[in-house]
Design a protein around this ligand. Structure first.
Ligand code: M6R
Length: 368
């Protein structure tokens, strides 16, 4: 049942190219993005003037990634909200608000209650979900299913990548309805997405040095993760994986925040994983990250750098350099997440932990 893999998590990491391909398949009809269930008309989407995205844990991080793309493509304000916080404040919602609820299981109580709250305020709700017939899609106005297949490992991997792809399709669907993108532009973005299963497969083939690194870091006390722009949610996701699986203190930061506090944590030998933006596509952010790396290396950090292949500028400052395929900037999280999943799994395994069933956690959290 694990298909020759030692754990479900290993199997699910390996299945990521397939999960992405299956999630994308059949969703572009040459003109627009096709949702799976739509109890809303195109007209309902046309009047949307604000988007809230609600989710928990990894699903929340997938939404944070997509926020950058959805705002860029639609010019709508997109607010990312932890589902557990959403209804306990007084969010401004009305008929023209679209609430996107992301959930692998479709049964997460915090997310379900956020959906119910939104509907009581007459907002429209679109679910991104991996489980057919689960409660969140049943209570939503429209659904886009991720086709990652059943995810058994408690730590989300393939569902997370599939969620990013689906969230991006939500953005393209909205851009189509609002007219901020023409069908040919949507087609071009979709074609880039369709190249990602191969890019993830190529990334998976490069992971042996990451496994080795995981074994080396088994005794580390803490690990920090830094990123910017779409690399910031990847840093958060990398830290969450490490907490869940290796029970290690791990934190993700937006690298620009470093000098506002976290740099005080840097000490000799502390492993810091840095998700580099592309020097080609995001030169300004790249140069900012470069100076961050120099700062932390000067203070003794052990720098582990996830970078685009051919990023020669960063190489001298990387104690360990993991080079990944070149992909469009907004799609980078689909590949930069992979080494962080493998790093967390390998550290946890080296410490002797059960990576499919981490302590204290349940696969779906059905109580608030
Ligand atoms: O089923 P959901 O996507 O609603 O679950 C949300 C979170 O509980 C989930 O992503 C959790 O954070 C994972 N264990 C992360 O690996």
């Amino acid at each position: 049942e694990k298909g020759g893999h030692p754990t479900f998590m290993d199997k699910e990491i390996a299945e990521q190219p397939q999960a992405l391909a299956d999630t994308l398949r059949g969703h572009f009809d040459g003109t627009r993005i096709v949702l799976d269930e739509q109890r809303l008309g195109e007209d309902d989407l046309r009047t949307v003037d604000k988007v809230f995205v609600v989710a928990c844990g990894s699903a929340f991080h997938s939404g944070l990634v997509a926020k950058y793309a959805i705002e860029h493509w639609t010019r709508l304000p997109v607010e990312m909200e932890l589902a557990s916080e959403f209804r306990y404040r007084d969010p401004v919602l009305d008929r023209d608000t679209l609430v996107v609820a992301i959930s692998q299981s479709g049964e997460t109580a915090d997310t379900l209650e956020a959906v119910r709250h939104a509907r009581r305020q007459r907002a429209r709700v679109l679910a991104v979900c991996n489980t057919n017939g689960s409660q969140i899609p049943r209570e939503s106005d429209a659904v886009l299913y991720t086709h990652a297949g059943p995810e058994i490992g408690v730590a989300s991997t393939k569902a997370f990548l599939a969620q990013i792809a689906a969230n991006l399709m939500v953005g393209l669907s909205l851009a189509g309805a609002l007219g901020t993108k023409y069908p040919d532009e949507i087609g071009r973005e979709f074609a880039e997405l369709e190249k990602m299963p191969q890019a993830v497969a190529d990334t998976l083939a490069l992971m042996e040095p990451v496994r080795q690194l995981g074994r080396e870091l088994a005794d580390a006390r803490a690990v920090l993760f830094l990123g910017r722009h779409v690399g910031f949610p990847v840093a958060l996701e990398g830290a969450l994986k490490l907490k869940e699986l290796a029970y290690m203190h791990a934190e993700g930061f937006a690298a620009g925040e470093l000098k506002h506090g976290p740099i005080a944590l840097i000490e000799d030998g502390l492993p810091v994983v840095v998700v580099m933006p592309s020097p080609r596509a995001q030169p300004l952010l790249h140069s900012k990250l470069l100076s961050n790396i120099r700062e932390i290396q000067a203070r003794g950090a052990r720098t582990i750098v996830i970078a685009e292949a051919g990023d020669d500028a960063v190489a001298p400052f990387a104690d360990t350099l993991i080079e990944l395929p070149v992909v469009p900037a907004l799609l980078q999280p689909l590949i930069t997440t992979v080494p962080l999943q493998i790093l967390a799994a390998e550290i946890a395994r080296s410490r002797g932990y059960d990576i499919d069933k981490p302590r204290n956690l349940a696969k779906s959290v059905t109580v608030e």
